[in-house]
Write a protein that binds this ligand. Structure first.
Ligand SMILES: [Cu+2]
Length: 333
């Protein structure tokens, strides 16, 4: 275990939380820079208002005549200069937003499920944890998340990242931590009675400590292999398996490839598509098949959809790199 740099109970009201990534520091610079600019633009106005209020107060003998002196250059410049200055922040903010929206393709992928009132995290090797999250430092980590019930929001203040978890739709956030330590994680979207308890600790470990933590934490059955077991226990293999009497599409090679739709056009089979197809197969009907698949909405919880998707993913070359070895392709004709 790495040393604990921060004791989460120590500074419950710290206004400036510790930062644990270079992107976090960049966000801080943006916020500080914008605060300074806002002060530069507003403080002189408030000082002037105060001065005018005192100087021109009722009863004081001062010059109050209308003046027709005009300085066009001055008037244009005090609109244009603040506009251009704030525009810099628009580009700066958009650039950071763009970085936050595009996780690197080789990022370590951790699945998160929010539900009233807990977080569940699933690592690719199958290790699962509740409320606490362990991640390695020095490498990009992408958290792919969804909600089992209402809207939640995963907030990792030390990394300055926060993302809503929505029912029925995957959202992502990513970061590369640059130090080890223990920090807080929260749900930052009011989600019911025990919302305030929906949080835990984020532990950032050195890659070696993380590898050791993975080895020590329970199951060594990968998400894909757990998914393969579910694939037969839910009866999916009865239709999608080799030699099935039902005419159902082969799921080998599905992940990442375009699927022709009955309504025309194609849809690329990503996690979101597979998720929707399992829960509500009557939506997005596929060309060339008779839809006989039962809807699994309300039957299969989100954390198991993640496992099934990991299994289906492992049947494709596109999913091989993230789920090495474990599940051998089970090809259907
Ligand atoms: Cu919540």
């Amino acid at each position: 275990m790495s040393g604990k740099d921060v004791n989460p109970g120590d500074f419950p009201l710290a206004l400036w939380p510790p930062s644990a990534s270079t992107e976090a520091v960049q966000s801080d610079h943006l916020i500080l820079g914008f605060t300074v600019l806002t002060l530069l633009l507003t403080v002189p106005i408030f000082l002037a208002i105060a001065w005018f209020a005192v100087h021109f107060r009722a009863g004081k003998d001062v010059h109050r005549e209308y003046s027709d002196k005009r300085n066009r250059l001055l008037e244009v410049s005090w609109m244009l200069v603040p506009f251009l200055l704030t525009l810099i922040f628009f580009y700066w903010g958009a650039k950071l937003f763009d970085i936050h929206k595009h996780p690197p393709a080789d990022a370590l992928r951790i699945e998160a499920i929010g539900r009233q009132w807990m977080w569940k995290f699933q690592h690719p090797g199958g290790q699962a944890e509740i409320n606490d999250l362990h991640v390695p430092s020095g490498e990009p980590v992408m958290i792919n998340m969804i909600s089992q019930d209402v809207i939640h929001s995963l907030y990792l203040p030390a990394l300055r990242v926060q993302m809503e978890t929505l029912p029925g739709r995957y959202t992502q956030l990513w970061f590369t931590a640059n130090r080890t330590g223990t920090f807080r994680l929260y749900c930052s979207e009011y989600c019911g009675t025990d919302h305030s308890r929906m949080g835990g600790l984020l532990t950032i470990m050195s890659p070696a400590d993380y590898a050791q933590w993975l080895r020590q934490s329970g199951t060594s059955i990968s998400l894909a292999s757990q998914g393969r077991a579910l694939f037969s226990s839910y009866g999916c293999s009865g239709c999608h398996g080799a030699g099935s009497a039902v005419r159902a599409p082969s799921l080998a090679g599905l992940y990442g490839s375009p699927v022709p739709m009955l309504a025309g056009g194609t849809v690329v089979a990503d996690s979101g598509y597979i998720h929707d197809k399992i829960l509500d197969p009557d939506r997005n009907l596929i060309a060339g098949y008779k839809q006989v698949m039962p809807a699994f909405k309300g039957v299969i919880p989100e954390d198991r959809i993640v496992l099934l998707t990991a299994y289906i993913k492992s049947l494709s070359p596109a999913g091989q790199d993230t789920q090495p070895g474990q599940a051998g392709p089970e090809r259907t004709p």
